[in-house]
Design a protein around this ligand. Structure first.
Ligand SMILES: Cc1cc2nc3c(=O)[nH]c(=O)nc-3n(C[C@H](O)[C@H](O)[C@H](O)COP(=O)(O)OP(=O)(O)OC[C@H]3O[C@@H](n4cnc5c(N)ncnc54)[C@H](O)[C@@H]3O)c2cc1C
Length: 394
């Protein structure tokens, strides 16, 4: 495994650090999901526009469509520095999910119409995959799109749609016919959110915030030109998208930063006359997490080294997702423990952050919302099934 950085890579790392330090003003500091402050959208769009102006908005895209043309090492450096600096990732639905589907399977007209506005963050996208009866078993989806000349008429209900309240567009999996296999007969449609017949209903999560929604479709007319690829072949495109979604879920650099913050707070926080960091039980738990994180980092580096020499991430991405999310949840749990009684207190005004220690509200919110990490992006149980089949051959 060769993970040494060249002089060029070190120079690149310095440039990234410098850019983050001087250009990021912290406005968009609320992380995806654990947010939904009123100004979240404008803050994150402003930050993404700065990245776009720098040419760094889409490291994963091919150069011809606006990508950075970075090496795998540069992409790794960029992600690590972003996590360590506590800078939010770009909102993935446009840049990391639908865009790769459009530039891989879309027509030239679709590429010209959608990609520039995704790059410039002028269009906000959301993902309409899950339905009340179709989550892990996505092929069970039943939202229908009936072909009617120039339009498809869409009826049905999507759920857990993150940031639908901000979205200009939604990419949807819809059923266009009943195939022999359930995966057949599914199509991939791009739908403008202001089309008549669409209703967005908020779902408030356990942390008292609003990032999730239900999206209802009632006789929504969608031009057939908004179909990606071939009718009934959407499953193929959907699978390609999920591979993109799972990449980078280990979030090692983010967890390192959180653990570092935890240590500092545990040093300052006095409990029973001693700093919490000297509490043997707390210490043991923290060391356990630190060791797990170190092991995860080396696993990620192994995957990265194989990708740098031309390999593709395989079932390792399931392993990274499971361990990465478990570790971040364990850190959230310790943060909550550190906040002690204030960690459990809920204000009657759920949006209030002014209770207890300055970090208690944050710890509480992250702990609660963080439960979702082992569910979204393919639940951890389902990832274990992938490992059982692909690695253990069960
Ligand atoms: C915060 C959050 C944001 C989300 N954002 C979006 C979004 O923007 N767009 C979107 O389309 N979806 C979104 N989702 C939905 C997400 O993709 C689904 O929640 C996920 O796929 C699980 O589906 P489900 O909720 O229907 O649970 P189910 O699939 O019903 O699973 C319930 C439980 O059963 C387990 N289980 C299910 N099948 C198996 C199996 N074969 N083997 C073992 N265990 C199994 C699961 O692990 C889970 O514990 C989001 C979810 C969350 C929590």
């Amino acid at each position: 495994m060769d993970i040494k950085f060249s002089a060029e890579d070190v120079a690149f790392r310095n440039e990234v650090r410098e850019f983050f330090a001087t250009e990021y003003n912290g406005d968009a500091s609320t992380r995806l999901g654990a947010n939904a402050a009123a100004d979240y959208k404008s803050d994150i769009v402003a930050w993404q526009k700065k990245l776009h102006a720098k040419g760094w908005i889409a490291p994963g895209w091919p150069k011809e469509y606006g990508g950075t043309d970075w090496t795998s090492t540069q992409k790794f450096i960029y992600e690590t520095e972003r996590g360590l600096a506590g800078i939010p990732d770009v909102v993935p639905f446009g840049l990391k999910m639908v865009a790769p589907v459009i530039y891989t399977f879309g027509t030239e007209e679709q590429k010209a119409r959608f990609l520039p506005r995704i790059l410039s963050s002028d269009d906000w996208w959301c993902q309409g995959y899950s339905e009340p009866g179709a989550g892990s078993d996505l092929a069970a989806l039943s939202t229908s799109a009936d072909y009617a000349g120039d339009n498809y008429i869409v009826n049905g209900r999507k759920i857990w749609t993150t940031f639908a309240q901000y979205a200009d567009w939604i990419f949807c999996l819809v059923r266009t016919s009943k195939g022999i296999r359930r995966q057949e007969g599914i199509s991939f449609l791009l739908i403008e959110m202001n089309t008549p017949g669409i209703t967005v209903k908020p779902i408030v999560t356990i942390d008292g915030k609003h990032s999730l929604n239900e999206v209802l479709f009632e006789d929504v007319a969608v031009p057939t030109e908004n179909l990606i690829g071939e009718q009934d072949k959407g499953w193929t495109y959907a699978k390609a998208l999920l591979a993109h979604e799972r990449t980078g879920m280990a979030e090692v650099a983010d967890s390192k930063r959180m653990l570092d913050g935890l240590k500092k707070r545990a040093t300052a926080e006095i409990n029973g006359g001693k700093p919490m960091i000297e509490d043997p039980v707390f210490q043991m738990r923290m060391s356990d997490i630190e060791m797990e994180l170190m092991a995860l980092e080396y696993t990620e580096l192994r995957v990265f080294a194989s990708m740098a020499s031309g390999g593709m991430p395989g079932p390792e991405s399931s392993l990274l997702k499971i361990k990465g999310t478990e570790i971040s949840q364990a850190i959230h749990e310790l943060q909550l423990q550190l906040a002690a009684n204030y960690g459990g207190a809920l204000s009657t005004d759920l949006s209030s952050d002014e209770l207890g220690h300055d970090f208690a509200a944050e710890a509480r919110g992250k702990y609660m919302y963080g439960r979702a990490a082992t569910i979204y992006g393919g639940s951890n149980e389902v990832q274990r099934n992938v490992i059982a089949k692909a690695v253990l051959g069960l």
